[in-house]
Design a protein around this ligand. Structure first.
Ligand SMILES: [Zn+2]
Length: 442
């Protein structure tokens, strides 16, 4: 009873005090055996002041830096217009909506507050670029020109040049047309931990109407792959090497997809979004890793575009921009020192370029604070006062035992996101596919 009173007292203060725009309380509920957090408390926590349910099925909210859209009973969401696929659907709960705690901790929080990512590298020195397929493994077959392995290598070599120009070191898993085992690719990456990231470059294949760009990050433990409708497979209960970088994986995927989607301007359907999978090069990787599908060779219009060097150059430029933005977001100081110190572009690893479009604000010193929904990789909460409910820092798999419906969480002093990602559309735009939109459901 006492903690219930405290909870309502906190809510009352938040609602009545204009000086305290963000609540320090998250409301945890159980839905279908899973932990969920109500969107009402989610919005208060991140200072999303403007909330609106657009129609009956869309929930849109925004603060100074981010706009977020959820769709009822759907895993689809958008952060700053970048589509991504949650592990579990957003659900309605007692007149409010709720998002799974898994998705809050493993997907949204790292994107909104990268400064809170525990164990992030102080500096990113370089990138392992992995051109997909090679040798006997042709990859996807194009209707025109060459096959996936050749386009992927060409794009990877273009990306290498751009990153080197930007002062980053680059390691290529292959630079010729040869076969390399997937596990071997991940092993190559391991040698460069922890100050490198890993980007695997591919082109896609599907039915002839499928089109657009998608970026994959490893599925978190106890969550399913996007392509399997979010179903959680039995083996998902085991953590994988790549899960150590869950927070960095999803942030990198978001930043890369944000740039890649601009290859198809004003064509929202061609943004197929950030997705989850357990590909070998992602799950066996000890570096923050993503796999980028740069377009469909099975689609006539896209196959024609991919066959042009201009398109592949733009794909490489977009990936490079996403990588640079990722680096700037996890370490604004690395970016800042580069802007004040002249670093010759020819000196690999000497510095990291300013982001292409983002102008991140640095959070105030000492703002690193406990996170009430902590999972592995994110700062665990402070010990609670005796009369406060506490939430375990470990995310548990779905269980059938029902729990009390509403639990006020222990307060966090976390400040909401301080990163401004709003930016003008960059000039990397030449191409718009004309074919029918693919189904939005993966
Ligand atoms: Zn491929």
């Amino acid at each position: 009873m006492r903690h219930k009173l405290l909870y309502w007292a906190i809510i009352f203060v938040c609602l009545t005090s204009p000086a305290m725009a963000t609540s320090r309380t998250w409301e945890l509920v159980r839905v279908g055996g899973l932990d969920y957090v109500t969107l009402d408390s989610f919005c208060r926590f991140y200072g999303f002041a403007y909330r609106k349910v657009g129609g009956a099925n869309t929930y849109q909210t925004q603060n100074e830096d981010f706009s977020v859209q959820f769709y009822r009973d759907s895993r689809e969401m958008k952060i700053n217009n970048v589509r991504s696929w949650l592990s579990f659907p957003v659900v309605e709960y007692r007149g409010d909506w709720a998002i799974s705690r898994m998705d809050l901790v493993k997907h949204i929080e790292p994107i909104l507050r990268p400064s809170q990512i525990e164990g992030k590298p102080r500096q990113i020195d370089g990138v392992v670029i992995d051109a997909g397929h090679g040798g006997d493994d042709q990859g996807a077959v194009s209707r025109l020109g060459k096959n996936e392995k050749a386009y992927a290598l060409d794009t990877a070599l273009r990306l290498e040049k751009l990153l080197k120009l930007a002062g980053l070191k680059v390691v290529m898993t292959r630079r010729t047309d040869r076969f390399i085992d997937l596990y071997q690719r991940a092993r190559i990456a391991t040698k460069y931990a922890p100050n490198y990231i890993f980007v695997s470059v591919h082109y896609n294949s599907g039915d002839s109407s499928a089109r657009g760009i998608e970026t994959y990050a490893l599925a978190p433990r106890n969550a399913g792959s996007t392509e399997y409708g979010g179903r959680v497979p039995r083996n998902a209960q085991y953590g994988l090497p790549g899960n150590r970088n869950d927070a960095l994986n999803i942030l990198l995927a978001h930043e890369v997809q944000q740039q890649m989607r601009r290859l198809n301007p004003r064509d929202d359907e061609a943004d197929r979004g950030v997705k989850r999978a357990r590909f070998v090069v992602l799950k066996q990787n000890s570096l923050p890793a993503v796999l980028v599908e740069c377009g469909f060779l099975s689609n006539r219009v896209e196959a024609r575009a991919v066959n042009t060097p201009q398109y592949r150059q733009r794909a490489a430029e977009a990936m490079a921009a996403g990588i640079r933005n990722f680096i700037a977001r996890i370490n604004p100081e690395q970016r800042a020192s580069q802007t004040t110190t002249a670093v010759p572009a020819s000196k690999p690893g000497a510095g990291v370029p300013a982001p292409v479009t983002a102008t991140p604000k640095t959070e105030p010193v000492g703002a690193k604070t406990p996170n009430p929904a902590s999972g592995a990789g994110i700062t665990p909460p402070k010990p609670p006062a005796a009369n406060q409910a506490v939430i375990s820092p470990v995310i548990t798999p779905p269980v059938v035992t029902p729990a009390p419906p509403v639990v006020p969480l222990s307060p966090s002093t976390g400040a909401p996101a301080g990163v401004n990602l709003r930016a003008p559309e960059p000039d990397i735009i030449i191409y718009k596919p004309e074919s029918a939109p693919p189904s939005k459901t993966p």
